[in-house]
Ligand binder design. Structure first.
Ligand code: PEP
Ligand code: MN
Length: 317
């Protein structure tokens, strides 16, 4: 960690005070800076507010590896159930709407190359009046989809209560962009033992995102999958995937980084091109909204691709 000092501050004098706040760390004084090396980077977090407020300290910024030691060192979990030979392809409608259409789509998505199914039953909505998902009524449909297709199911939860109820029916828990920083939910999802898909919130930096992954790794031993989904919550304002963010995340951690070109673009025509661009940028997979009749979908139809278009995309992948 590099601590920058204010002009005129005495590095030698501050060195001792910093060292006392960080037992076990080595602190070296340089020209206008202090360099801190520690074998216990997780201890920096507690000391940081006090370091930052020492008179003469201008800033104290741990490196990414110091702020997120587990995420930085993490190796790729196997996730064998979620992929065949190639990328993880999680596809399905935004939300389950009814059993018949979901099961028909699930069969066709499997045949087209999906390796897991989107299985949204609790949906976050920007408006509290919009369709919130079928909720617990959909659990028998999830059971049937898993039985018929043999594919693993990925489902979003917004609360610890929803997490508890949906757990027996799904294979991966999705933490949506709106809940990336819901630390209690992250802890509960980590403890549940299933792999967790963690979306990046719009505007979140790589460090913000990996700090949230760090919660999942600190409070559980399950697999974590990162998902880039662009920088807007609103379909019409969506400006696409942050491909540089995908590359930076792939370089910073061994955790798989996948991409959601659907919510990132808000327009179905842009989805296939962005899906391929994400894979070229190093993404280990995709999360895609696809259903039989996107125009009639209750929500997010505008960026949902048809089952035929999903088949064509999977063929190119
Ligand atoms: C979703 O994938 O269903 C979703 C709501 O996306 P996000 O959390 O990225 O907005
Ligand atoms: Mn959606």
């Amino acid at each position: 960690m590099l601590i920058r000092l204010e002009p005129g501050a005495e590095a030698a004098a501050l060195r001792g005070r910093v060292a006392r706040l960080l037992p076990g760390a080595t602190v070296r004084a340089g020209q206008g800076v202090l360099r801190v090396a520690t074998r216990r980077p997780e201890r920096l977090a507690d000391a940081l507010p006090r370091l930052e407020s020492l008179p003469g300290v201008a800033s104290a910024e741990p490196t990414l590896a110091e702020a997120c030691p587990r995420a930085s060192r993490a190796k790729a979990p196997s996730l064998r159930a979620f992929r065949k030979d190639g990328p993880i392809l999680i596809a399905g409608p935004c939300s389950l709407e009814d059993g018949k259409s979901y099961l028909a789509a699930a069969r066709r998505l499997k045949a087209a190359g999906a390796t897991a199914l989107r299985a949204g039953v609790f949906k976050p909505r920007s408006s509290p009046y919009a369709f919130p998902g079928l909720g617990e009524k959909a659990f028998p449909i999830l059971r049937e989809a898993r039985r018929e297709t043999g594919l693993p199911l990925v489902s979003e939860v917004l609360s610890e209560r929803q997490l508890e109820t949906v757990l027996p029916f799904v294979d991966m828990v999705q933490i949506g962009a709106r809940n990336m920083r819901n630390y209690e939910l992250l802890k509960a999802a980590a403890a549940a033992g299933l792999p967790v898909l963690l979306k990046r919130a719009p505007g979140a930096t790589l460090k913000d995102w990996l700090l949230c992954a760090e919660y999942l790794l600190r409070y559980g031993d399950g697999a974590v999958v990162l998902c880039e989904r662009g920088d807007s919550y609103s379909g019409s304002a969506a400006r696409g995937l942050d491909l540089a963010m995908i590359r930076a995340a792939v370089a910073a951690t061994g955790l798989p980084v996948i991409a959601d070109p659907s919510h990132a673009n808000g327009e179905r025509a842009r989805v296939p091109g962005q899906a391929l661009a994400a894979l070229r940028a190093g993404a280990a997979g995709l999360l895609i909204e696809a259903c039989a009749d996107p125009v009639a979908a209750l929500v997010d139809g505008r960026h949902t691709i048809s089952l035929d278009d999903f088949g064509a995309l999977a063929g190119r992948i």
